[in-house]
Write a protein that binds this ligand. Structure first.
Ligand code: PLP
Length: 459
């Protein structure tokens, strides 16, 4: 199937009834819901009436292949039965409990996460999502070091709350930045659009590290609490760091007593074909933030995995922070079921294999065929297709921070073909669930192939 079509709903639900309910939901949404990141009067949000595995159904009852994993969170696919059942059973047993009390779901989730995170990240502080995980990681780093400044890279996203949006190194920060956050941005490695005039990955690594080292010396090493990096930057463009870069940042942090925070909110829990993206680089951060894939977003959950050294800071000194829903039973029960299912079903291994054997080569074949593709890059089920109007100049098909009729046409062609992509500026991201099948990926590639014909018209 390479065109959008109506398909029966899972679980025998009546399609016409669901479509009618969806229409009512749309009306109420437009009257009363205030949407994120949007000019309220200018949007036409898609209604979703059902989802299953790698698919969602829109308000007309059409089935779309979900190559977005929503906001890159349904790592285990939609409506995974084990996770749904675990949430139902937990709801019947214990819906909520204050964070100062112990509960079995939270304890078990913490154990499963601590066992999978690298090195001595042995303790978990639970939050409601990714932004507040980063807020708390920074607070911990500031208290641990007694320093204030935090470094983060351009071309990054760290969340929509106050410090997290200031950390963010992409245009979403611009209207939210009042310039007093103590955050300093730097350029990270991105060979395709190198800030360092590099021609090889090795040059890019060496120059990006030398520049970071110099920036720290000019900012004052004793004033810097933390460096925050997405292990593989996600919404900003899925730029896999070149060999040696993350290890180099680790060395720089050690040299100056700076806390290394790895943001694994999007790249963690299998997305790159390892439990955590930082595992590709054999680096152990001091703090690791996570959310999304920890329970596929079935119930909001995030957290900070904390090294023994930083945890020790708060052994006899109170940590000044907390959340009513920290380690919420429904969210952590969903995490336990998700992590166990990922382990038992080999879902992380599937993501690695799909990336190496099906999705990666398939996208490269599209890049070879379509002149509008400047570059495809990624790993696991975490790929970006960068679209350009001119391969030689690399002029993007939409400006940095903006959209364009050409990109809108490509996105529309994806949807008309039955594919829901994740799109940002001049990029289409191919980020299906980690348990996507080979056939589903081939179906997605076929639809992308036709959508890229539309992009080629603008070259
Ligand atoms: N960090 C990264 C790398 C993300 O991709 C995101 C969300 O996309 C966040 C943090 C923020 O997470 P949340 O939206 O759960 O607050």
């Amino acid at each position: 199937m390479t065109t959008i079509e109506r398909v029966d709903l899972p679980g025998g639900r009546d399609l016409d009834v669901a479509v009618a309910e969806g229409a009512r939901a749309y009306e109420l949404d437009r009257a009363h819901v205030f949407h994120s990141w949007s000019a309220q009067a200018q949007i036409n949000p898609m209604t979703v009436i059902a989802s299953q595995g790698s698919y969602v159904w829109d308000g007309d009852g059409n089935r779309l292949l979900d190559f977005s994993s929503q906001l890159v969170n349904t790592n285990i696919g939609h409506q995974h039965p084990t996770v749904v059942k675990a949430i139902q059973e937990q709801a019947a047993k214990l819906c909520t409990i204050a964070p100062q009390h112990v509960n079995d779901a939270r304890s078990e989730a913490a154990r499963l996460i601590a066992e999978r995170t690298p090195g001595d990240l042995n303790r978990v502080f639970f939050t409601n999502g990714g932004a507040d995980a980063n807020e708390h990681a920074i607070r911990m780093a500031r208290l641990h070091t007694g320093r204030y400044k935090v470094l983060s890279r351009y071309r990054s996203y760290h969340g929509g709350t106050d410090t997290a949006i200031n950390l963010t190194g992409d245009p979403r920060r611009w209207p939210n930045d009042y310039g007093n956050s103590g955050i300093v941005h730097f350029h990270g490695p991105f060979l395709y659009r190198s800030q360092f005039h590099a021609e090889t990955e090795q040059q890019e690594t060496e120059r990006a590290l030398a520049y970071l080292d110099q920036l720290i010396r000019f900012e004052g090493p004793d004033s810097i609490a933390a460096i925050v990096l997405e292990s593989v930057p996600g919404t900003a463009g899925i730029m896999v760091p070149p060999p040696g870069y993350m290890a180099g940042v680790r060395e720089i942090c050690d040299r100056y007593g700076i806390v290394f925070i790895a943001d694994e909110v999007m790249a963690g829990f299998g997305r790159t074909g390892e439990w955590f993206a930082i595992d590709h680089f054999d680096v152990v951060p001091d703090l690791l933030t996570f959310a999304k894939g920890v329970n596929s977003g079935y119930v909001p959950l995030g957290g900070v995995a904390i090294s023994d050294r930083i945890a020790a800071t708060f052994a006899d000194r109170a940590y000044p922070g907390g959340l009513t829903y920290s380690g919420h039973p429904l969210a952590t029960a969903a995490a336990v079921a998700t992590i166990n299912a990922m382990q038992e079903e080999g879902i992380v291994e599937n993501a690695a294999r799909i990336g190496a054997e099906v999705l990666g080569p398939g996208l490269q074949a599209l890049a070879d065929k379509h002149p509008s593709v400047g570059q495809v890059r990624g790993l696991g089920v975490f790929w970006a297709i960068e679209l350009v109007a001119d391969r030689a100049t690399k002029e993007p098909l939409a400006p940095y921070g903006g959209s364009s009729p050409a990109m809108n046409a490509v996105i529309a062609a994806c949807k008309a073909g039955g594919l829901l992509p994740f799109a940002n500026f001049n990029r289409i991201h191919a980020v299906p669930p980690c348990n996507v099948s080979d056939d589903e990926v081939r179906e997605g590639l076929e639809i992308l192939d036709r959508a890229l014909d539309v992009a080629d018209e603008h070259v």
